[in-house]
Structure formats: C-alpha cells, structure tokens
Design a binder for this molecule. Structure first.
Ligand code: PGA
Length: 252
C-alpha cells in the first residue's frame, strides 16, 4: 500500500545515552497525534537497535537497521545477519544507501543478494538509489537510476514489492545542504513509478511508496512532500534533532 513515511537515518551518530535521549524527544513530539496516518521510522546504529526497540515499544515509532549482510550466518567478522535483526524485533532494513555504495563498495549485484536475504527473512526493505553529480551534469541521471533499480530489484516477483519502500537520494544532495528542487524530485519519482508500471504493472507502480532523501529540513520538507509522487522522506542530518525531525513529520 502506498504510505506516507518519514524515516530518520542516524548513520554513525549517537551513542547509547544519546540515542535514548533522542528517542525520548521524538516520542514526546509525536505524541500529539501529528503522526496521523504517517509511518515514522528511525534507524540507529546496530549497537543501539536493541535499546531502540525497547524504548519505542509503546509508540508508533518503528526501528530500522542501516544495513545487513547477505549471508544467513558464518565467518563474516563484524557483520550482522537478517535473522539477528528479526530476532531483536527489528523488521525493517535500509539497503543500498549511497554511503554503503561509495565507502564500502556495495554494488547493485551485491544489493540484489542483500534484498533477497532481507525479504526472505521477512524484513521490509527501504531501498536507496540515486545518481552522482556527474551523472546529472551529463544528463545520465535517468539511465543511472534505471540501471540501479533493474540490477538490484527487477529480478523480484511482483508480490515482493509489498515489502519494499523506495528512496530516491541524489548523491549530490546528501549531507551537502543542497537539495534537489521539488520539481527535480517529482520528475525522478514519476520516472521511477513509470518504470515500475512498465515492468510490473500499474497496480504495483501505484502502490509502491517512494521517499525522497537529501538535505530535507523543516524549511523545505513541506514543498517536497507536496509533490504527487513523493510519499515521504529519508532524513539524515535533520533526524538527529527531535524538534527538526518532528517538524518534518508534521510537514507531510
Ligand atoms: P541528509 O542525509 O538528510 O543528511 O542529506 C540523507 C540520507 O543520507 O539518507
């Protein structure tokens, strides 16, 4: 089902004490019913997931992981499996974030495996994709996005998309303070929806949620969210302050 979603990607920020504080703040803010009809997610680091699940139990806040390994288990020092997440009570995982692609060498082929492992274990996936600045400058952004989605997702059966949320994150707008204009976001989201319509049919295209990510702030959220094909946001920097995150949730 197409949903309104605001997800906070905390990246490598907040130790346990700080994470608890932030959750407390967000809980206070979302209490007033501002979350009506909107799914609110937070993605703390692995070490803080267990505490986050506990602290959000009686709230509408859902907890997501920022990554996971594609294998069931085994000799993969430092990695975390889908089963470990599920067993903790984490039901969502972000995959394909540009920082994973850029700094940890994650390819579309690897992401296809991660997506399979996540879905196979019953996790919901927030799948990130987006072009680099040079792709946009050379007007290759649609082609790049199409390739990312085809290689990582288009091997899936239609039914799998009930458990996938898409997040368009142009790399040039992540953490840079530079946001895609609402028109640029809308243009890409519409393009992606059309791709899904061609590949999987209009019903899949019309029901998949597509978030925008990249320097979303309280000041620009409303305009971005007002676009017809933008279903919400994946928020980095502004998700680290309860008031800002809440203001963004209120903008949807
Ligand atoms: P940003 O990050 O909001 O700090 O640009 C977004 C993201 O990386 O998900």
């Amino acid at each position: 089902m197409r949903q309104k979603i605001v997800a906070g990607n905390w990246k490598m920020n907040k130790n346990l004490d700080e994470a608890k504080e932030l959750i407390k703040g967000i809980k206070k803010e979302v209490k007033a019913g501002i979350e009506k009809g909107t799914r609110v997610m937070i993605a703390p680091s692995f070490v803080n997931l267990q505490s986050a699940v506990k602290k959000t139990q009686k709230s509408i806040i859902e907890v997501a992981a920022q990554n996971m390994h594609q294998s069931k288990n085994g000799a993969f020092t430092g990695e975390v499996s889908a089963d470990m997440l599920i067993n903790l009570g984490v039901n969502i995982v972000i995959l394909g974030h540009s920082e994973r692609r850029e700094y940890f060498g994650e390819t579309d082929a690897l992401l296809a495996q991660k997506v399979d492992a996540a879905l196979g274990n019953g996790l919901e996936v927030v799948f990130c994709f987006g072009e680099l600045l040079e792709d946009r400058k050379s007007e290759n952004h649609f082609k790049v996005v199409e390739n990312q989605l085809k290689k990582a997702l288009f091997h899936l059966q239609k039914g799998s998309f009930a458990n996938i949320i898409l997040a368009y994150e142009p790399v040039w707008a992540i953490g840079t303070g530079e946001t895609a204009s609402p028109e640029q976001a809308q243009e890409m989201h519409a393009f992606v929806r059309e791709l899904f319509a061609k590949e999987y049919g209009k019903d899949t295209a019309d029901t998949i949620s597509i978030l925008y990510g990249g320097s979303v702030k309280p000041a620009n959220a409303k305009e971005i969210f007002s676009k017809p094909d933008v279903d919400g946001g994946l928020i980095g920097g502004a998700a680290l302050k309860a008031e800002d995150f809440a203001a963004i949730i209120k903008s949807i």
